[in-house]
Design a protein around this ligand. Structure first.
Ligand code: 6PG
Length: 218
């Protein structure tokens, strides 16, 4: 299925609406782009009962560190709503123990397939912490792996869901904004699948919410 590419004025609002309507097992992503979407989702839906929140990836720092994805998502969303069951990646355990712990959590309390996965796209077209040229991108057996060397700042080790888990999601929504993503958007969504642009390897029911700046090279 081709991705549904949507260039819209306010992609964060559209992403917030998707999140507010979601139920079941929902994967949230890190980075700075989704912050406003998370804040709006908290306003639109204060009660997250019936939602299990998971993470696409995490930086190997403690949860109260400024680079923690859990910290960012908590401040913008999870601390503002009630009812959600939150499954945090434990970055403080390091990439390999943290990945093993999350795999156990996923095997014990997770679904076969996530209901909704929110993703961002890096300027190098990475998704989650699956960077071009890294072994983690080629992983097909494990559901969660550790990444010792991040391909981009912040240059801390990572924990990440693997591509088969991403692609097994029932729905995948990208939220992408800004001129610095335009080239990556073009490589991820208007070329052939190419491991040098991990976003191009995402398959399934994929909707891409982006602003005009991010979509400028399509
Ligand atoms: C992370 C991510 C990562 C992110 C992209 C976009 O931990 O950094 O989860 O995949 O989504 O790098 O990040 P920005 O929104 O900050 O550009």
């Amino acid at each position: 299925m081709q991705p549904d590419l949507q260039v819209i004025d306010d992609p964060a609002e559209a992403a917030a609406e998707v999140l507010a309507a979601a139920s079941g097992h929902v994967v949230l992503t890190g980075g700075s782009t989704p912050r406003r979407a998370y804040e709006r989702a908290a306003e639109l839906k204060p009660d997250w009962s019936g939602v299990d929140v998971w993470f696409s990836d995490e930086r190997c720092v403690p949860p109260d560190h400024e680079q923690s994805n859990f910290g960012t998502v908590s401040a913008a969303l999870l601390d503002r709503v009630g009812g959600a069951v939150v499954h945090r990646m434990q970055g403080e355990l390091g990439p390999h123990d943290g990945a093993a712990a999350y795999e156990r959590e996923l095997d014990g309390a997770g679904p076969e397939e996530f209901d909704l996965m929110l993703l961002g796209l890096g300027p190098d077209a990475h998704i989650a912490s699956l960077f071009p040229g890294d072994d983690a991108l080629g992983e097909r057996e494990r559901r969660v792996v550790g990444v010792e060397m991040a391909g981009m700042a912040p240059l801390v080790p990572r924990i990440t869901l693997t591509l088969p888990v991403v692609n097994a999601s029932r729905r995948i929504v990208f939220l992408i904004t800004g001129t610095d993503k335009a080239e990556a958007v073009s490589r991820a969504f208007s070329g052939r699948p190419d491991p040098r642009a991990p976003g191009s390897l995402v398959e399934g029911d994929v909707r891409v919410l982006m602003d005009a700046a991010a979509g400028a090279r399509l």
